[in-house]
Design a protein around this ligand. Sequence first.
Ligand code: NDP
Length: 401
Amino acid sequence: MAKVLCVLYDDPIDGFPPRYARDSIPHIAGYADGQTAPTPDAIDFTPGELLGSVSGELGLRTFLEANGHELVVTSDKDGADSTFEKELVDTDVVISQPFWPAYLTAERIAKAKNLKLALTAGIGSDHVDLQAAMDNGVTVAEVTFCNSISVAEHVVMQILSLVRNYIPSYQWVVNGGWNIADCVERSYDLEGMEVGTVAAGRIGLAVLRRLKPFGVNLHYTDKHRLPADVEVELGLTFHPDVESLAKACDVVTINCPLHPETEHLFDDAMIGKMKRGSYLVNTARGKICDRDAVVRALESGQLAGYAGDVWFPQPAPRDHPWRTMPNHGMTPHISGTSLSAQTRYAAGTREILECFLAGKPIRDEYLIVQDGTLAGTGAHSYTAGDATGGSEEAEKFRKAS
Ligand code: NDP
């Protein structure tokens, strides 16, 4: 029997389940690179349901309990007296979502003597100290590709909303105004701009493909170059490093994982190399940008706008300066947890659990760490080390409630 500890975000304030806006969602069977969507033996939920909050339980309870396993679900994840920290000591599997991450620091991994699997219900396992996972024989897996397109859609939305000054214009309407000059004094067309992505993996490439019809000039940098036919098809300019891309673009979108190589990549120096009035959209991880450097750049006008959905830590403290900095279009961390995405990552979580509990191999593309080393997607996209430093500050959010 395994103990599975699942950390999910809180239910909606108006109660669970919500009244759904739609009655169904499209069925997605696979992805652009040929990978199939998750293939668990069965699912115990209706696609389109809210699964990522505590009462949704990722649709796992029936399956786990029918097979004699224990499931503990909580949203109380930060601080030494949290339910997560108390339950961790004898747990075999931790499931966490990046939107409401249960930070698995080295100290917590040391306390979790039975821990064998840290499963990310989503993509991005930087909330786990990957070095400590390697050192302690903990497997780390995530549901690769499950929400990459969800994020790509959010990136395109946020680029357009910044460049066209959408959010302040909407606010004028809500406030009863008709202030056209106030709306358009910061409004531009995206057409003709130089738009670049830091990383052209699953999300980055999907963003490039979605932006192509806007008549922009597309740029990218990545550790591995895309196939030549893709570069030609999309008219891409490849940059050997981030600095070269930053200098050339009007709009930069960040789509690489957070690992020691990318932590604070966009600091004062890197942002200072961008054109005055550039836009920066980061849906990858908050810590890839230096928090205060972003604020300074918006205040000085070096950046015309900043948007994204990722913060550090999460939940962001109530006084996090990104909540109040000028010309931002931030959302909470939501792009990868649309109801559509939840269906896929809940099914992927179930698939990984089925494999793990039956002693069968987990799909290679889902692996980040296995047998003490980076594996699968982890070996391709991450570097060894730890990016959880400072995560204890997440406790401030609850304390201020
Ligand atoms: P992929 O693994 O498909 O792509 C990541 C890409 O980043 C790879 O092409 C990788 O290069 C590249 N990369 C890694 N390090 C660097 C570096 N130092 N410089 C340039 N490129 C680098 O993942 P996805 O595209 O699906 O997701 C990317 C990230 O987006 C996730 O790790 C996660 O942090 C974030 N994300 C956010 C979500 C949200 O809800 N906001 C949801 C899903 C993901 P290569 O493989 O060629 O070595």
